[in-house]
Design a protein around this ligand. Sequence first.
Ligand SMILES: [Zn+2]
Length: 326
Amino acid sequence: MPDARDGVDAAVTPLDGGVVLLDTRFDGRSKTVGVYLVPHAHADGRAGRFDLVEAGPAITFEGVLAAIREAGFAPEGLDTLLVTHVHLDHAGAAGAFAARFGCRVVAHARGAPHLADPGRLLASARRVYGDALEARWGGMEPVPSERLVSVDDGDHLELGGRSVRVHATPGHARHHAAFAWPDGSLFVGDAAGVRLPGSDVIRPALPPPEVDLEAWDETLAALAATRPSRLLLTHYGEVAGALDHLAEVGRRNRVWADTVLASLRAGADERSIALELDRLATAELEAAGADADTVARHLVTSDAAMTTSGLVRYWTTQHPERLALS
Ligand SMILES: [Zn+2]
């Protein structure tokens, strides 16, 4: 496995337009959970002001600060932190950034209250991770409400001399948002699924409790209509063929959802569905040439148990009529 300490994988990847991809190295894995640094239009190196898209988990906060420095910026230059949604891998460190640097934190209006008071978010994460929650994620500090900026679809933010458009992008979560820079760069969070370096497979990102495939299809159509020049995925990196990728995300979501539906209709329990999904997902990655590290990195972003749980909840709550045995 490439190790963060042996220098095999850089923590900092410069992209076109001055954007820098910072590797959080969450869970000791490279190229799995990213944070994007976007310099302001007139930034000049070390003294430059910049914005971040995504905060990463709280436990990787210091590592991300080191990556910001490695990219040639002082963390004190942070102006605005945008998070696509409030899940721990995207927004866990938001409160830490706000406390340390006094930055604004931008989130969709439905997600912002959970950043101000992460109690419910942490309680639901604790149901999944139990006592391992702090050791794995590092918890979550609240964002002071005076630092929070709630946004919704169609809002524009003035960031470093540019006008950034907010897209509400429900599907993965009701409060998910994507951010479009005027050069066509679209920061999509998990709205365009997961594609980790090491294979071309697009892995659906379908965790509980809010997966909504109909809303997701509308999100994908709306994002495609903006004709983005590139997608910036949190898991992980830049995708040039934006329209093909967005179309494929919708198809992939349906394939996995239909697999789970067929198993439910056949009377399978959640545990056996997860085992089957894990087997199929691993076989698919291996067929695409993924090595063991790439397979393991996919388990960090979206394991089969979580996906199964998300899809079972989707079918049972939103389409109970489809569960009837035919
Ligand atoms: Zn994620």
